[in-house]
Design a protein around this ligand. Structure first.
Ligand code: FMN
Length: 222
């Protein structure tokens, strides 16, 4: 599966089958998370066979069902912590999709008390991502128009339009899509546009999608 195929196929899935993740897939995910950690300085881990992580009233309220595995996004809260959690968390999400798994980001609707116990002293918990074999593949979210997430006045190069298309496929908290992309010279830029919660995490996710869609590295603006 290509990056484009993974971005197109990914939708949030909240109800899972009682089907364990096989050992070889666990190994691949763990190795992938390790590489992300080395590159980002974060402490991302994948938890398997632990239904307690999404066993809470909020999780049920958020319609999560049968979540037995999840990704924990944590690390030292310094610099662009939230952005990096978004960027690296989504790398893992797309890798999971390529391995035939489904996911759903969760800022609120998981068992924070349980998941915090897994985070070492001195590190912060950003959020969690549910992981497993979905009951279905989810569905495409409604999306803003590309013009609403672009700062370019004139015609955009092809690669820029592809970047925007990929960014609009990205998951964002309550599907808010509060980001926009522009250009400085020949290079793309990204920033948060509008107010909302978790917009820096969203920006990291959208920037990764833009880079995969356009083939260009994005410069982040404050
Ligand atoms: C940073 C972030 C936080 C999220 N938090 C939650 C959450 O607490 N509960 C939930 O059910 N979904 C949560 N979501 C999933 C979004 O609702 C979902 O990504 C969005 O509606 C777009 O749908 P899609 O992922 O199917 O494309 C979150 C997504 C992101 C990116």
């Amino acid at each position: 599966m290509t990056d484009w195929e993974a971005m197109r196929a990914r939708h949030s899935v909240r109800a899972y089958l009682e089907k364990p993740i096989p050992a070889d897939i666990r190994q691949e995910l763990d190795a992938f998370a390790e590489t992300c950690n080395r590159e980002s300085g974060l402490h991302i881990s994948v938890q398997y066979d632990d239904p307690a992580g999404f066993d809470s009233r909020l999780a049920h309220y958020g319609s999560f069902r049968n979540v037995a595995n999840y990704i924990v996004l944590a690390g030292k809260k310094e610099g662009d912590f939230d952005f990096r959690c978004g960027y690296c968390g989504e790398k893992l999400v797309l890798q999971a999709q390529k391995l035939g798994l489904n996911t759903c980001w969760a800022a609120l609707t998981f068992n924070k008390k349980r998941v915090r116990e897994l985070v070492p002293e001195g590190e912060s918990l950003c959020m969690a991502i549910a992981l497993g074999y979905g009951e279905d593949q989810g569905r495409q979210h409604r999306s803003k128009d590309t013009a609403k997430v672009s700062e370019l006045a004139g015609p955009a190069p092809d690669w820029f339009r592809q970047g925007l298309e990929a960014a609009l496929l990205a998951p964002t908290a309550v599907n808010q899509q509060k980001f926009c992309f522009g250009m400085e010279g020949e290079n793309p830029t990204a920033r948060v546009r509008g107010l909302g919660t978790y917009t820096r995490v969203d920006l990291g996710i959208a920037a990764l999608h833009f880079e995969l869609g356009s083939g260009k590295k994005v410069k982040i603006k404050e």
